[in-house]
Write a protein that binds this ligand. Structure first.
Ligand code: HEM
Ligand code: NAG
Ligand code: NAG
Ligand code: NAG
Length: 318
């Protein structure tokens, strides 16, 4: 063995140790040596997608949330239905609702190309795309922890039981987040993601026809676009400026203009009222806390070490 091949063996040994020693947890520098171009590439594709359709930023943020809340941040939401995979996309909270899968495919393709091999997991792509989306739309930035691996299974039943429903009241929402290791403050600040994006009539119909904790003019306006029968998929913005990451979501809750019953539940005379009004007055505090809670959400039950795999195609198990 000559000195060159000895050195390269030595270097790859050190690299392996480096990766192995980070198995215990996630690290924001995970891809720095393996593929330094990975993160800039994800950012570029997200920027293109959001430039084409601003709502895509919201949709990508939501995909990461719906991934993390169902057996951890393991890209299980991306797996297509097969005879052996219980496609999470078809579960009630995702069907005809979760979107952005083609953008994730595009990112995966570009990242594997610049890295010359599939080293970046689909679960990490979801986490980075969510952060990049928030930044592009004017929200805070944070260092995304990396090194998650991808699941080889998916569960529709777990989606049904883990994704919170827009009809939940405050105690149910608190319990739902607590089951994920997230507290009431995380619930309030992460719900602030609804400063972005849209919801379909079927998700807010009962609120605008039956809830009493709603601004009457707001409700009657929404009834003109969301009839009692039909129009299930008609969209309304979750916040007055759905393409901009601001604190208006919270201002709206204080004036009883939350779109979903679960939004208004956060400001309805309960213990979370105080934090909602604080965020409605203090944008900086909202941005800072949102970033912290996103890191916490991204830490939910990742697959590391030799658990799971790095998928070649985010839609299927290798
Ligand atoms: C607190 C409990 C939550 C409930 C009950 C809830 C429910 C919903 C519902 C019903 C929609 C509309 C879906 C549709 O009509 O197709 C929606 C949209 C959205 N949610 Fe949530 N959500 C919650 C928390 C979160 C969290 C924690 C995040 C992210 C951190 C998030 C991000 C979003 C985004 C960005 C959209 C807009 C998506 C788009 O326009 O494509 N939500 N949510
Ligand atoms: C999940 O919910 C949908 C719609 O309510 C239902 O059709 C499906 O059977 C449920 N799946 C499981 C596995 O519980
Ligand atoms: C409103 O409540 C009434 C009485 O509980 C119920 O019959 C009706 O279906 C509800 N409407 C909507 C849109 O949820
Ligand atoms: C519209 O949504 C409601 C409530 O989710 C559902 O019961 C109804 O079957 C839907 N109608 C259509 C045409 O999909």
């Amino acid at each position: 063995m000559n000195i060159i091949s000895f050195l390269s063996l030595f270097v790859s040994f050190i690299l392996t140790i480096g990766i192995a020693s980070s198995h215990a947890g996630l690290s924001s520098s995970y891809y720095d040596r393996v593929c330094p171009e990975a993160l800039p590439t994800i950012k570029r594709v997200v920027e293109d997608a959001v430039a084409q359709e601003r709502r895509m930023g919201a949709s990508l943020l939501r995909l990461h949330f719906h991934d993390c809340f169902v057996n951890g941040c393991d890209a299980s939401i991306l797996l297509d239905q097969t005879s052996t995979i219980d496609g999470e996309k078809n579960a009630a909270p995702n069907a005809n609702s979760a979107r952005g899968f083609e953008v994730i495919d595009k990112i995966k393709f570009e990242v594997d190309r610049v890295c010359h091999r599939p080293v970046v997991s689909c679960a990490d792509i979801l986490a980075v795309a969510a952060r990049d989306s928030v930044v592009i739309l004017g929200g805070p930035s944070w260092k995304v922890k990396l090194g998650r691996r991808d699941s080889t299974t998916a569960s529709q039943a777990a989606v049904n039981t883990s994704i919170p429903s827009p009809f939940m009241d405050l105690p149910a929402l608190i319990k739902n987040f607590k089951d994920q290791g997230l507290d009431e403050d995380d619930l309030v600040v992460l719900s602030g993601a609804h400063t972005l994006g849209f919801a379909q009539c079927r998700t807010f119909r009962s609120r605008i026809y039956n809830d009493t904790n709603i601004d009457p003019a707001f409700a009657s306006h929404l009834r003109t676009i969301c009839p009692q029968v039909g129009g299930n998929s008609t969209l309304a913005p979750l916040d007055p400026i759905p393409g901009s990451f601001d604190a208006k979501y919270f201002t709206n809750l204080v004036s009883k203009k939350g779109l979903l019953s679960s939004d208004q539940a956060l400001f309805n005379g309960g213990e979370t009222d105080e934090l909602v009004s604080e965020y409605s007055r203090d944008l900086e505090e909202f941005l800072e806390d949102f970033a912290k809670s996103m890191i916490k959400m991204g830490d939910i039950k990742p697959l590391t070490g030799n658990r799971g795999q790095i998928r070649n195609n985010c839609r299927m198990v290798n």
